[in-house]
Design a binder for this molecule. Sequence first.
Ligand code: ACO
Length: 325
Amino acid sequence: MKRVGILGLGEYLPQRILGNAELEKMVDTTDEWITSRTGIKERHLVSKLEAASDLAIKAAQEALKDAKIKAEDLELIIVATITPDMQFPATACFLQAGLNAKKAVCFDISAACSGFIYGLDIARQFIAQGSYKNALVVGTEVMSSVTDWQDRGTCVLFGDGAGAAVLGEVKLGGILSTYLGSDGTKADLIKCPGGGSRFPASSDTIKERLHYLKMEGNEVFKLAVNIMANAASEAVKAAGLTLADIDLVVPHQANMRIIMALGKKLNLPEKKIYLNIERCGNMSSASVATALCEAVKEGRVKKNDIILLDSFGAGLVWGAAIIKW
Ligand code: ACO
């Protein structure tokens, strides 16, 4: 089996920024409530012309440049998204066309906030066993397209963006381990019920606001810390390391309180945790991808550092990965 690592990273955040003050004018909320309960101050939102693949193209172009790989040499494209351009075809195919990556095999995965880590693990296995030489994995979300702007319990949480990674064979380090898990018995806790085959789009589904994200935030909150802590411990163990070996945690950015409780449980100080939640909110599959890209750009990751990626989201699905940089 070949050793697989990240060769390049990229991100794209749409230009428009929606701050908490503006949200105060839209729903019955306050900057104080949003900041103290979530840690979010602002989030990026797409323009009317932008869909998930448009964000993905920009993030992928940056990642390809960083990896010094040409789009035409890409062999695999995996897009992780719960807000695809369309029900079908796959957003990965729109991305392929946008990049002119003619050779690549393309498909989407739906693993919500854990999509980027699921994508990394899938790509890693294809490359490790020699099926493909390289892969592009993109987490891209237009969460604003499924946000109910009348629901103060959810509309303050989400943002739009994309993060991308190019993977290939490495001589040293790379992805040391992954740990994935799912629990479909809790699927009702976070869902977007309308527009699929269960409730096809109709005037009734629109009237009932079924095309928007529904979340039992409090129930999710109670599960998140334990599940993410367990995923982290399992991934660390699988890599033959201990939690003390971790130099930086890049967690899913759903809620500052969840992230801080996770740090406490894992006994990892705040300075070892990378955060972009304050500026970006929860961007589902794009959160870990963009946070990792920013951490590297900001010099928070040095050669040989041990990085923990850790996430949790709708499904429920969770995942962790240990990467030696
Ligand atoms: N402004 C003011 N008050 C609000 C707001 C708001 N924006 N939203 C809710 N409230 C009120 C509620 O109505 C409630 O009022 P009540 O006590 O009078 O009934 C009170 O605040 C407390 O509400 P809770 O829902 O209990 O608040 P909580 O502290 O749990 O915070 C939150 C809510 C932020 C959603 C939190 O539960 C959370 O972050 N959950 C986890 C989310 C998550 O991790 N999701 C996974 C990824 S998402 C994905 O996969 C797509």
